[in-house]
Design a protein around this ligand. Structure first.
Ligand SMILES: [Zn+2]
Length: 168
């Protein structure tokens, strides 16, 4: 078990990997489920929530609790001295996106460019992030465990894009 102290840095967003932003978990126990769409790259053939079942919950309760998407986003950030990639999971990504992964996925069905536009919206945004070394020693990327946008007028991706697309 590694207990390296999380470190707090100020950085700006260089880009996010908009091709692989989420994965699917069981709505009940949040175990990762197999996702044939590999994160929903192909919104037109969206998998219905009944096509994926959690073996554990189905077995224990003899009902299918369904599935939901959660964010897992690879983001490049720049400090004053270097650029590197970090990974952020659902709780952190929601701060920047202002919505759940399912809500965002629904937006990409209406607007296929939403993922690209989300990256563009966040580019250059100044963030104060707390980074932590992943507990899994094989994980490649530092993990964002806390994020605070620097700008006092920061608006998350979801409301920004909704305005952009003139959705109500
Ligand atoms: Zn489950």
């Amino acid at each position: 078990m590694e207990l390296e102290k999380p470190s707090k840095i100020t950085c700006s967003v260089v880009a996010i990997d908009h091709t692989n932003m989420y994965y699917t978990v069981c709505s009940c126990c949040e175990r990762t489920l197999f996702d044939p769409n590999n994160g929903g790259q192909n919104p037109s053939s969206s998998s219905s929530s009944t096509s994926q079942q959690c073996k554990y919950c189905t077995f224990n309760n003899s009902i299918n609790p369904g599935s939901k998407r959660v964010f897992r986003i690879l983001m490049s950030i720049a400090t004053d001295s270097e650029v590197f990639s970090v990974i952020m999971f659902d709780r952190i990504a929601r701060v920047l996106f202002g919505c759940s992964a399912d809500q965002f996925f629904d937006l990409t069905k209406l607007h296929p460019r939403a993922a690209v536009d989300a990256g563009r919206t966040l580019e250059g945004e100044l963030l104060r992030v707390t980074l932590s070394k992943p507990k899994n020693g094989n994980a490649q990327h530092l993990r964002v465990v806390n994020v605070v946008p620097f700008s006092s007028v920061f608006q998350p991706v979801f409301p920004t894009l909704k305005q952009h697309y003139r959705l109500k």
